[in-house]
Design a protein around this ligand. Structure first.
Ligand SMILES: O=C(O)CCC(=O)C(=O)O
Length: 261
């Protein structure tokens, strides 16, 4: 049973649908991040999926109540931690990674799986942060074309504190900066999956907060579901693109509410 205090709010779920990411800084036990980072520093080869056997303390992160709160909120109480996972170590002096999407480009418009990126060591701008482009998760682009894009407007480098988790939509465009520091940058990527459709909201839902009228004055400073889904525009796209995204957002929200089950 997940402690309801750690579940997301309506606004946080709506923002995930719109922007395709959610950052969490869980209150992990003292020394845990440092100990994981030091064990990663000492690994001579990449164990692939067996990274959790090589560094079993990583389970304490995945099992933390605040982490579970996000996963239950977005994937339901029976979510699955998939067996594939990968340690991404960006060595000092390594170059940038080009823009790409991890998903299969099958445009799954419902929220059935996503990634969790765990950073046991603080990441500075010089250390080759993951760079995401919020709002790109509903846009398909051939990877070879995307690789030619350079400085995309709206990109967000994940310059984060030690212990941060970034939950990112499976189709969110992302890449990395180059590591110009002398420190190894660690990130462990996990995949999480829904096992059954929602029949009701699985987060801290307040039915009274759903139907606020459109407020054209606050627009993307909106704090409520209706206005967040309608007005938020992280990519600053034109209306002709934005109205297509709005309909996808609504479909995704209705699915999470259990209305299409
Ligand atoms: O190392 C990173 O920060 C990003 C890795 C990545 O792009 C990926 O796993 O698809």
């Amino acid at each position: 049973m997940t402690d309801t205090q750690y579940l997301l709010s309506d606004a946080e779920v709506a923002r995930f649908i719109v922007s395709g990411y959610h950052l969490l800084e869980p209150e992990l036990p003292a020394g845990l991040n440092e100990s994981i980072a030091q064990k990663l520093d000492a690994l001579e080869t990449n164990p692939g999926d067996a990274i959790t056997e090589a560094v079993p303390e990583i389970w304490q992160v995945l099992d933390h109540s605040q982490v579970k709160g996000v996963l239950v909120s977005l994937l339901g109480p029976d979510y699955q931690v998939q067996s594939h996972r990968h340690w991404h170590c960006k060595q000092p002096g390594s170059g940038y990674m080009q823009w790409h999407q991890d998903g299969l480009n099958n445009r799954d418009l419902h929220l059935n799986h996503f990634l969790g990126l765990y950073y046991p060591r603080a990441v500075s701008a010089e250390m080759g942060p993951t760079i995401i482009v919020p709002g790109t998760q509903y846009r398909n682009a051939p990877t070879d074309r995307m690789a030619t894009y350079t400085n995309i407007r709206g990109q967000v480098p994940l310059v984060v504190k030690a212990g941060t988790l970034a939950f990112t939509h499976y189709d969110l465009w992302h890449g990395t900066g180059a590591n110009r520091s002398s420190v190894k940058r660690h990130m462990i990527k996990f995949l999480f999956r829904r096992t059954r459709p929602n029949t009701a909201p699985t987060w801290n839902h307040d039915p009274a907060a759903l139907n606020n009228p459109h407020d054209w004055n606050t627009r993307d400073q909106a704090e409520d579901v209706n206005n967040i889904l309608t007005f938020t525009n992280p990519l600053r796209v034109s209306q002709s693109d934005h109205y297509k995204e709005r309909s996808i957002r609504r479909e995704c929200w209705n699915d999470l509410m259990g209305r299409t089950a």
